[in-house]
Design a protein around this ligand. Sequence first.
Ligand SMILES: NC(=O)c1ccc[n+]([C@@H]2O[C@H](COP(=O)([O-])OP(=O)(O)OC[C@H]3O[C@@H](n4cnc5c(N)ncnc54)[C@H](OP(=O)(O)O)[C@@H]3O)[C@@H](O)[C@H]2O)c1
Length: 195
Amino acid sequence: MLSEGFRQPAGKWPVDLAVYKYKIIHKGEKMNCIVAVDKNWAIGYQNKLLARIPEDQRFFRETTTGKVVILGRKTLETFPGGKPLKNRVNIVITTRKDYRADDAIVVRSIEEALAEAAKYNSEDVFVIGGDSVYRQMLSFCDVAYVTRIDHEYQADTYFPNLDLMDDWALVEISEEYSYQGLTYRFCRYERKKTK
Ligand SMILES: NC(=O)c1ccc[n+]([C@@H]2O[C@H](COP(=O)([O-])OP(=O)(O)OC[C@H]3O[C@@H](n4cnc5c(N)ncnc54)[C@H](OP(=O)(O)O)[C@@H]3O)[C@@H](O)[C@H]2O)c1
């Protein structure tokens, strides 16, 4: 999965060069993010998801299986048993020095997460939350898979509203689906190309 033409240099790159290294290796290509939002771009409440929609969970699983996911420590702890996602490389970000998660790569900063992500093709890397990680990594993403749920929830965590950001455009929107009275659509946003 290493980028074509890239040879890992001997030794470890200093973390403060990670962003530079990421840009050199990927020459402007960026990663993906994937999220489910409500009408207000809310994503969670009290460290839980706002809704569990089976088709959306299936979409998430199918899109990320076999790929690399980057997530915050709090999001990891929302998963069943607090365990990393199966059949994916999980990169978990935490400031906790002694934090261990079986079957996951634990990193201590966004820069370290980027340094890990740089080992893979950027189209295979997905930022999967939560709020704090989306905000810090959105500028490294070019594509956002957003499930838009047509409902307003009580919430304490949010994704940046891409409809209000000049450098993002909605490029695909699915038909409307419904589950237990909730309606939702699968949307794909892309970062606008700079000339
Ligand atoms: N709707 C969706 O698609 C979706 C997807 C994912 C998550 N969510 C929701 O989002 C909520 C969680 O979001 P959140 O913002 O509270 O938590 P989060 O982003 O999942 O995790 C935050 C934690 O990540 C670590 N972290 C973040 N930035 C860091 C940095 N620069 N350096 C080192 N560590 C860093 C810290 O861990 P330490 O405290 O250990 O240092 C921080 O407390 C939950 O409600 C979850 O259900 C929703």
